[in-house]
Design a protein around this ligand. Structure first.
Ligand SMILES: C[S@@+](CC[C@H](N)C(=O)[O-])C[C@H]1O[C@@H](n2cnc3c(N)ncnc32)[C@H](O)[C@@H]1O
Length: 182
């Protein structure tokens, strides 16, 4: 495993160039989240992306929701720095980079409640108890009608399922010229 500045196996400044070859459907997650949010009965005024990584989701969403204020949170300073670089041309009142923190320990007071919170591929590093805590933190930050969207890797229920999943994932990565360092 590489020594990285965050919980993923990629350094923050290499993440964008490597991730599409490691996680199947990665950019489709983002597109579908945006399609889902476009289908809501309201336009989000405030949207928190926790575990924001390099800010890819917000970068995709910003032109579609030009009146939304995006809050970005991540425990990794390196990831937040990459996000800041990527989003540096956004108007200051549309972008709030929060102090680095894992979701489950987030305690910064925010002026507004969130209409949308996204937590994409970031809470699966946690134990069950920590994941519950992180989810509770998100729910407490949401408006009454707010929407919480999360994507997580899950463990198949059987040993056979795990083996099939590993072959599937290995084949995907080999086809893309990569191999995750198991
Ligand atoms: C696989 S990346 C996903 C990044 C981004 N959500 C995306 O879709 O591109 C995982 C991110 O989760 C962050 N992370 C790890 N543990 C976390 C936690 N407890 N709470 C919030 N984010 C976390 C990592 O620093 C990393 O930026």
């Amino acid at each position: 495993m590489k020594d990285t500045d965050n919980t993923t196996s990629h350094k923050s400044d290499e993440y964008d160039s490597q991730i599409e070859d490691i996680i199947p459907y990665y950019s489709i997650f983002h597109r579908e989240i945006i399609n889902l949010i476009k289908s809501l009965t309201f336009e989000p005024k405030n949207w928190l992306d926790t575990g924001c990584g390099t800010g890819t989701l917000v970068n995709m969403a910003r032109d579609i929701f030009p009146r939304t204020r995006f809050y970005l949170l991540d425990p990794s300073k390196g990831m937040l720095n990459e996000a800041q670089k990527k989003l540096s041309d956004m108007p200051a009142d549309c972008l709030k980079l929060l102090k680095p923190s894992p979701t489950q320990n987030f305690s910064q007071k925010l002026e507004d409640k969130m209409d949308v919170i996204t937590a994409i591929q970031c809470h699966h590093y946690l134990s069950l108890g920590e994941r519950k805590k992180a989810t509770k933190v998100c729910y407490n930050l949401l408006n009454e009608d707010g929407v919480y969207i999360t994507f997580e890797n899950i463990k198949p229920l059987t040993r056979e399922g795990i083996e099939i999943g590993k072959v599937y994932w290995g084949n995907f990565q080999l086809a893309r010229g990569e191999m995750f360092p198991w």
